[in-house]
Design a protein around this ligand. Structure first.
Ligand SMILES: [Zn+2]
Length: 360
């Protein structure tokens, strides 16, 4: 949030005659399907297409704050089901229902239905998001993790016109787990093991442990006492930042009434995971790739995995798509290179600090 940034968004289009402007951001394609009432054909209460336009616009303001150049792109909001599409035998069999129970097989049969009939408009080039219940301020949902695909491929949610559900639920689709690790708070009962972490932690070192036993922390002093053995006010500035980054994390469950306003933080390691999955398991939904560059990298790497970056900016630029649309993400440091860039590509620095190129 407070890092200096010389390379936030340098697109080199326009510097050379003949190159046309390409996006300086990467689209994450989102397809929303609204399940209609089986007899009247009306949408669930309060649900409108405009709601999704507004939610995605608000979500993209949060996404811009993470400095990685990813933006959700709503490619459609489609009505499905209703009396003309099979009534209660078509998609509308799910109208008004929450399909998330995995124990009795409801979630599995929802996924099977979605894949089994073209009426569900399952898109192969987007994140498919289904809505079957009324608008609610306390949003929620379920989205498949990359390592669950292709068994579970559609997301379902309770939505409103705010940003939280978009960034949170779609965050799962791009590989992010809760800061508290498990499915819900306070209990992890009935939860699928999430990436090996489900008792109060997401496995990332730039978020704190979030729970004691089966109970998630409900205020920030519990968090700092457990992690630093201090009240929040007695923590160092760095400790307070870690605590805030965890407590107000978009992948947390804290402060539901204010989550659309305040619960929006995403750490660098979360952003790294997100990009790595967007580059790989979820590449069918994106308009471009991110290539990581680090002073500790190696040009033999593809640069598509945050844990295996390239070493030089030039090598990452050369590996980027010829037609444009990719981002080269330069980690902090000085890259003593003199380079010529003759394709459309976007260079970005991270919130972690300055990246400079060409200083001897
Ligand atoms: Zn979640």
């Amino acid at each position: 949030m407070n890092a200096k940034l010389p390379l936030r968004c340098l697109a080199f289009c326009g510097l050379w005659v003949g190159l046309t402007a390409a996006a300086q951001t990467i689209d994450l394609r989102l397809s929303v399907k609204i399940i209609l009432n089986p007899t009247t054909g009306t949408r669930p209460g309060g649900i409108t297409p405009t709601m999704f336009t507004n939610a995605v616009a608000a979500a993209n303001q949060w996404m811009a704050g993470y400095w990685r150049g990813y933006r959700y792109k709503l490619i459609e909001v489609a009505d499905i089901g209703g009396p003309a599409q099979g009534g209660t035998n078509g998609p509308s069999k799910w109208f008004g229902r929450d399909p998330r129970n995995t124990d009795d097989g409801t979630w599995q049969s929802f996924q099977s239905d979605v894949q089994g009939s073209s009426l569900y408009l399952l898109r192969t080039n987007a994140l498919n998001y289904y809505v079957s219940t009324a608008m609610h301020w306390n949003t929620g949902g379920a989205a498949p993790f990359p390592w669950e695909a292709p068994a579970w491929i559609a997301a379902w949610g309770i939505v409103n016109d705010g940003p939280f559900w978009v960034v949170h639920e779609c965050g799962h689709f791009y590989g992010l787990v809760h800061t508290h690790g498990g499915c819900g708070c306070p209990s992890t009962a009935g939860c699928t093991l999430l990436n090996g972490y489900w008792v109060g932690d997401d496995g990332l070192s730039d978020t704190l442990k979030e729970a004691a036993g089966d109970s998630c922390f409900t205020n920030i002093n519990q968090l700092t006492l457990a992690n630093f053995n201090k009240w929040f006010t007695n923590c160092t500035s760095a400790e307070q930042t870690l605590a805030m980054n965890t407590f107000s994390n978009v992948m947390s469950y804290h402060d539901p009434p204010n989550k659309d306003l305040l619960v929006n933080r995403l750490t660098e390691q979360q952003a790294d995971l997100f990009a790595t999955y967007a580059n790989s398991d979820r590449a069918h939904t994106i308009s471009g790739r991110t290539r990581f560059v680090s002073l500790s990298g190696n040009n033999a790497n593809s640069g598509l995995n945050s844990a295996a970056p390239k070493r030089t900016v030039l090598n990452a630029v050369n590996a980027s798509a010829a037609g444009g649309g990719d981002i080269v993400l330069v980690r902090p440091g000085n890259y003593n290179e003199q380079i010529t860039i003759n394709k459309t590509v976007t260079l970005r620095a991270t919130r972690s600090g300055w990246a400079t190129i060409g200083k001897p």
